[in-house]
Design a protein around this ligand. Structure first.
Ligand SMILES: Cc1ncc(COP(=O)(O)O)c(C=O)c1O
Length: 456
């Protein structure tokens, strides 16, 4: 290993330099997919650095997707820059319309007629000057409409001036990472298990640190034990476990932010879809002074729109706006206006009601099929969202199960693929994009895969 890794081992920033050296070795093919790396202790001894340096480098590269770390099989190189199992690793990687794939709505429900009407109306009424370069935060009229919607539906406490339109949540995370770095942050905490995509977007600028999640959501006490001052949370429906941040934890999280000068980055990614319980307002509505709020139309309409938004306390928003201008001068104004028109006409609410009804039926169908085909395996996170989590028997290799399911034409995501730290195995199963019959058939196939566990 020593011969493969050339980097300066003394002075500050050794972990960052080791991370870069390992990343380059993978990128250049000197460390190939499947290579098992030495344990952190062995590598530290070989390189003459502290073990903590190697642990930090491994954790960062796991967050970025270059390495995978699993108890028993050690730390292994994934295919360079490619997921080790494209279908199973990441809800951001397009995997086609496979049954049980999480992370996508039913694209067949996209309100094409209403969207065309909205777009036509925008084209008809728009002034020529609106087609100029505009505010990098997006047109004020669109932000007005969105602010009113978020106040009404998510109990957000914000005005048009607090919002910046983005190309989806992913873009918002990248911008926020860069701006926090410029403001002096070096690390960001993230729920574990959590979204691999978000980890990758933040890892462009910051070191990503895992904080555990339980049935009450993020473990705020564990967060408070770190020196990190920014944290990403999915309070309304934790991704992927589906837990809801409990009232106690919400209060603790806000108190943590106010006490430490910390920033809460709230990902409200699938908040529109709630089935059995009362709406949970966003954290931003209670603590706008410490919360950066991120939302998107990817689950509500379609990921291809690349339409999202963020709101931030003014000290961060100004920097985000400047950064956005310097990167791409702003987003697609016609689509942004069409979206505002859809919201203003009531067509967006109508579409969401229709989608919610369909998804509820599909969720019930999947739960019933799982209870029949796989009785005894626990299901979590069914009250909201577009997916649920199925526990696998202790000791199962969920990555291998997901890979076998993928070979059988299904698209489940292994829970381990969402983890930075080892934990119990499970599968994240999407139900929004399949009919009840398709879900029933997919569950029969899945049960056969689980009953005959594959070897990797
Ligand atoms: C946890 C989480 N947040 C947000 C998003 C939405 O991202 P985007 O708006 O960039 O499509 C996703 C998409 O899969 C997600 O899994």
């Amino acid at each position: 290993m020593e011969a493969l890794l050339s980097f300066e081992r003394t002075g500050r920033g050794v972990a960052g330099r080791l991370t870069a050296a390992l990343r380059t070795a993978i990128e250049e093919g000197r460390l190939t997919a499947g290579t098992r790396l030495p344990s952190s202790r062995e590598l530290a001894t070989e390189l003459g650095v502290s073990r903590g340096v190697v642990v930090e480098a491994y954790e960062q590269l796991i967050a970025e997707g270059w390495l995978t770390g699993r108890r028993g099989s050690g730390t292994t190189v994934t295919s360079a820059g490619q997921p080790h199992d494209a279908s199973a690793r990441d809800s951001f990687v397009p995997a086609g319309p496979l049954p049980l794939r999480p992370g996508i709505p039913d694209l067949g429900l996209f309100p094409r007629v209403a969207w065309r009407r909205a777009y036509e109306s925008v084209l008809t009424t728009m002034r020529d000057t609106d087609l100029d370069y505009g505010d990098p935060a997006g047109p004020a009229a669109v932000r007005e409409q969105l602010a009113a919607y978020l106040r009404r539906v998510r109990a957000a406490r914000l005005a048009a001036a607090d919002l910046l339109l983005t190309s989806g949540a992913a873009h918002a995370f990248s911008l926020v990472g860069m701006v926090l770095r410029a403001a002096g942050h070096r690390a960001v905490a993230i729920e574990d298990p959590g979204s691999q995509g978000i980890r990758e977007q933040l890892a462009h600028a910051l070191t990503v640190r895992p904080v555990p999640v339980d049935e009450e959501g993020l473990d705020v006490a564990a967060l408070a034990r770190t020196d990190v001052r920014a944290v990403v949370v999915t309070p309304a429906h934790q991704f992927p476990t589906g837990s809801v941040l409990s009232p106690t934890r919400r209060a603790e999280l806000i108190a943590w932010a106010r006490r430490t000068g910390g920033v809460i980055i709230e990902d409200d990614y699938d908040a529109e879809f709630r089935y059995d319980r009362d709406p949970v307002g966003c954290v931003q509505g209670v603590a706008p002074d410490v919360t950066i709020y991120i939302g998107s139309t990817s689950k509500a309409l379609a990921p291809a729109l690349r339409l999202g938004w963020l709101s931030a306390p003014v000290r961060h928003l100004a920097a985000i706006r400047t950064k956005r201008r310097s990167i791409d001068l702003g987003g697609p104004v016609l689509e942004q206006h069409a979206f505002a028109n859809l919201v203003g006409s009531g067509a967006y609410d109508r579409h969401l009601r229709r989608a919610r009804r369909a998804y509820r039926i599909r969720r019930d169908a999947l739960v019933a099929a799982l209870e029949t085909q796989l009785p005894g395996l626990r299901i979590h996170g069914v009250a909201a969202g577009l997916h649920l989590v199925l526990d696998l028997p202790p000791g199962s290799d969920d990555v291998a199960v997901a890979a076998a399911a993928s070979r059988a034409g299904l698209g489940p995501l292994a829970l381990s693929a969402c983890r930075m730290v080892d934990g119990p195995p499970g599968l994240v199963l999407g139900y929004a994009a399949s009919t009840p019959d398709e879900l029933a058939a997919a569950t029969v196939t899945l049960a056969a895969v689980i009953h005959h566990p594959p070897s990797r």
